[in-house]
Design a protein around this ligand. Structure first.
Ligand SMILES: *Cc1c(COP(=O)(O)O)cnc(C)c1O
Length: 372
């Protein structure tokens, strides 16, 4: 006798739409029989990590019979030195995505409200679902987080608001003035999450970027703000799975209670530590993305397509036809991108910056697909 899993699984979990990752290259090879793929779907960084980071990870393999340092002591102290804070401001996670989950578990109860802009990062939807909290999605304005509307959407039951800055999938940035007005308007008993997964690209853009939020200062002012950063993007360590949060020690300690004791591998910790020490490589990685963006912009202009100027390692572009079909036809030509129909942008695709030859291959394939 078979008994359905709905008899024991939580209803809200069964209702979760499984995360659809950027298509893995292996799967594309199997399905289409194409040997060589260009993957520009998951905001991975083909510039790669610092060679010092890969060397440190290799060296860490020799100690792999041991559990990692569960509290990531060395890395937290290095981050503290890097950002002039104390080690107890930091929590290290298996990617900042893990910290988002930890925050959901720490903060959200059934029927609480979670406010964020939309379209944005899919994990925010998941957080609400997991905890049976209500997601309040505030539409973007001009592809940008609308913080006025978000502040207005904060109500009695709101526990958490998330500002993705720069925003994924649009690549847009909200300036510090606006963020600060927003923080002043949000009540003290609401946690503000600043998702800064792409912060290094903004910091590296100099005068081309608006003044960027100073989460460090907001935290030192004692605000209920937590900033999330990652080694997956500009640092090029997506496969190692490591990110961190910055918040008041009291808040960090609360979130730390739901963290698994050995959440981050010793290999990832070693890689992140070495990556952090190589700021020269980080600057080169940021320049790589800048050049790549320019290449993509030029390709879009040549095709007469509108794109959203980005301060990240990806660009959102309006292909003026069904994005799912364009995605499929690009796939058949060996290029993997991310269609945005599920986020309510049915004619947009998001393209991650590739190496110059990958950007060219993508541009040629897109011209072919669109017949332009
Ligand atoms: C990539 C990304 C993350 C986190 O990625 P991790 O690899 O889990 O650190 C978080 N937020 C946004 C908006 C992202 O794009």
């Amino acid at each position: 006798m078979e008994c359905g899993v709905e008899r024991f699984c939580r209803e809200n979990v069964l209702g979760i739409q499984p995360y659809v990752p950027g298509k893995p290259i292996e799967e594309c090879r199997r399905e289409l029989g194409i040997e060589h793929f260009v993957k520009m779907a998951s905001n991975e960084n083909p510039f790669g990590p610092s060679p010092a980071a890969t060397a440190a990870m290799r060296a860490a393999l020799d100690e792999c019979h041991m559990y990692p340092d569960g509290g990531s002591y060395t890395l937290r102290h290095a981050l503290a030195g890097h950002l002039d804070l104390s080690a107890d401001h930091f929590l290290i996670g298996c990617g900042s995505a893990e910290i988002l989950n930890l925050l959901a578990e720490t903060v959200l109860e059934e029927d609480d409200e979670l406010v964020y802009g939309w379209p944005s990062f899919g994990t925010y939807v998941f957080m609400g679902r997991l905890m049976r909290a209500r997601s309040v999605q505030v539409p973007l304005r001009d592809f940008t987080f609308d913080l006025e509307a978000m502040a207005a959407a904060v109500g009695e039951r709101t526990k958490m608001v998330i500002v993705c800055n720069p925003n994924n999938p649009t690549g847009t940035v909200v300036g510090a003035e606006e963020v600060e007005r927003f923080l002043d308007r949000v009540p003290d008993d609401v946690l503000v999450v600043l998702d800064e997964a792409y912060a290094e690209y903004v910091d590296g853009a100099g005068s081309a970027a608006p003044r960027y939020q100073d989460s460090r200062r907001y935290i030192l002012e004692g605000r209920n703000v937590i900033a999330l950063r990652t080694f997956s993007k500009a640092y090029g360590l997506a496969g190692a799975r490591i990110g961190y949060s910055i918040a008041r020690p009291e808040l960090t300690a609360a979130v730390n209670k739901v963290r698994q004791p050995f959440n981050v591998s010793s290999i990832a910790q070693a890689g992140a530590l070495a990556a952090l020490a190589d700021q020269e490589h980080l600057r080169a990685s940021v320049r790589f993305a800048e050049r790549g963006r320019e290449e993509l912009y030029r390709a879009f202009m040549a095709l007469g397509l509108r794109y959203v100027p980005s301060l990240t390692n990806f660009v959102l572009v309006d292909v003026e036809s069904d994005a799912g079909e364009v995605f499929q036809k690009l796939l058949e030509r060996g290029v993997i991108v991310r269609p945005q129909g599920e986020c309510g942008l049915p004619t947009h695709i998001r393209v991650t910056v590739g190496r110059p030859e990958e950007n060219r291959a993508f541009a040629e394939a897109l011209a072919e697909v669109l017949g332009r």
